[in-house]
Design a protein around this ligand. Structure first.
Ligand code: SAM
Length: 275
């Protein structure tokens, strides 16, 4: 990256700004410049695109996104220690990097999306990654304000995001992403690529919106998936008892002897619409 954007190597940046990684903030920094570019490239063309990034940290991924030509990056970072390092990047790319100090969970990304295409790219802090994804899957309007999500997760979470029926990882998250998006795992990143290395392998997941998801109430879909997967090994006639059991299943035309993990997203939507 030093060769590509003329900024100092990330190790030097981290040392100069005293950015020792804090576990509580999910700080596992990606310093491999080929990898940060590979993550950013997974999002596709970035020219004319405004990128929302969560947790830029010392800015490795941010620099890759800017070097690949994003019109603008708006990055939300909770750790104020990172701000001086990010200010150096902002100086290097005038008017193209805006850093917001704050908690991404409390940030209204939809309100920030004013005009022009938006892509979200992030090496997410593990403790808030799934919640952020769910928030981006449930904005006020659909199709959503974003064109794509390119997000790094622990590999086990990535498997749950892309899982469909008859897969052990299939659950509430898989139904939600399967309903509203096309999701794929792009590639894995081994622990040793991070500083400090996490305990598990990470994976980059790429999601694009399904423009016309089956019409269905989010609240009802949540109710049926929560009940069904709450007791995933039981037959649906048993697990769905608190919300209508056998009569609900008959109304939706689903065999009460089936189990949650055998139902397609379309069948979950039918159940939700029969509630
Ligand atoms: N993007 C950098 C990289 O790839 O090397 C850092 C990624 S690190 C896994 C996660 C980053 O998210 C850290 O910089 C951490 O301070 C930040 N972070 C943690 N919780 C956050 C939150 N709730 N809102 C915004 N940023 C957060």
């Amino acid at each position: 990256m030093a060769a590509l954007d003329g900024l100092p190597p990330l190790r030097e940046v981290i040392q100069r700004h005293g950015l020792d990684a804090r576990k509580a903030l999910g700080q596992n920094f990606l310093l491999d410049l080929n990898l940060t570019q590979k993550v950013a490239r997974t999002a596709g063309a970035l020219e004319d695109v405004t990128v929302f990034e969560v947790g830029p940290g010392p800015g490795g991924l941010t620099r890759a996104i800017l070097a690949l030509g994003a019109k603008k990056v708006i990055a939300v970072e909770r750790d104020e220690r990172c701000l001086p390092a990010l200010a150096e990047i902002a100086d290097h790319y005038p008017r193209r990097l805006e850093v917001i100090e704050g908690d991404a969970l409390k940030t209204d990304f939809e309100a920030m999306a004013t005009g022009g295409p938006i892509k979200i790219i992030a090496n997410l802090p593990y403790n808030v990654g799934t919640q952020l994804l769910v928030n981006w899957l449930l904005p006020k309007t659909w199709p959503p304000f974003w064109q794509s999500l390119t997000l790094m997760f622990q590999k086990e979470v990535g498997k749950r995001i892309v899982a469909s029926e008859d897969d052990d990882h299939y659950g509430r998250l898989g139904v939600l992403t399967g309903w509203r998006t096309n999701a794929r795992m792009a590639f894995d990143i081994p622990p040793q690529a991070f500083t400090p290395p996490p305990k598990v392998t990470s994976t980059v997941v790429h999601l694009t919106p399904n423009e016309n998801p089956i019409p269905c109430s989010v609240g009802n879909l949540e109710k049926v998936t929560q009940a069904a997967f709450g007791q995933r090994r039981k037959m649906l006639r048993q697990s769905l008892k608190p919300i209508g059991g056998e009569s609900l299943l008959m109304k939706a035309g689903i065999d009460p002897a089936r189990r949650a993990e055998t139902l397609s997203v379309e069948e979950f939507c039918r159940l939700a619409n029969s509630l």
